[in-house]
Design a protein around this ligand. Sequence first.
Ligand code: E4P
Length: 216
Amino acid sequence: MKFFLDTANLDELRKAAAMGLVDGVTTNPSLVAKEKRDFHSLVREICEIVHGPVSAEVVATDYEGMLREGRILAKIHENVVVKIPMIAEGLRAIRTLESERIRVNCTLCFSANQCLLAAKAGASFVSPFIGRLDDAGHDGMDVIAQAMQINRNYDFQTQIIVASVRHPLHVVQAATIGAPIVTIPYKVFEALHQHPLTELGLARFLSDWEKAKPSK
Ligand code: E4P
């Protein structure tokens, strides 16, 4: 399973990348806006920290505008993946950009049909937002399972990114059903390795060791 980090914060990225477990990054306009930085130079720096796919989103919503922004973003670094929203114009833009060998992550997907369309349009990645679905009273993980089954049925190569992850249980659920990629906010990423019994156990081992040490 691949771990992407869902952040545009360079400190978070450096800390997580230092653990050697980060395979890629996803950003979105809200995450980028929080950093109050020039978008393109921020994306370049992210690509220098994490050596894997880095999703950067267009803000245009018309076909020509998405192509224009997507082409510029793709020139920043070879690892940039252009994020395109799941709208009708977006589906056209996905096909065109992918035909130019620009990888696309189709974002803001909330149903299996949307994932199917992204795959048919030829997107390299598709991002169903499970946390926002859960918030709205649905089961986001159902959409992941359905999209994975559709990919298997038709041999689609579009990689599913489990997105809008809210807590560690989402990661367990995604891994249990074999989801290929999960994109995780830093807070959740940090929580993955923590367990109170690990901390307690380590403290006890170290104090027993101190007591048993021969006195000089
Ligand atoms: C995915 O690519 C998005 O950036 C992200 O997962 C959205 O998550 P949110 O619902 O926490 O904003």
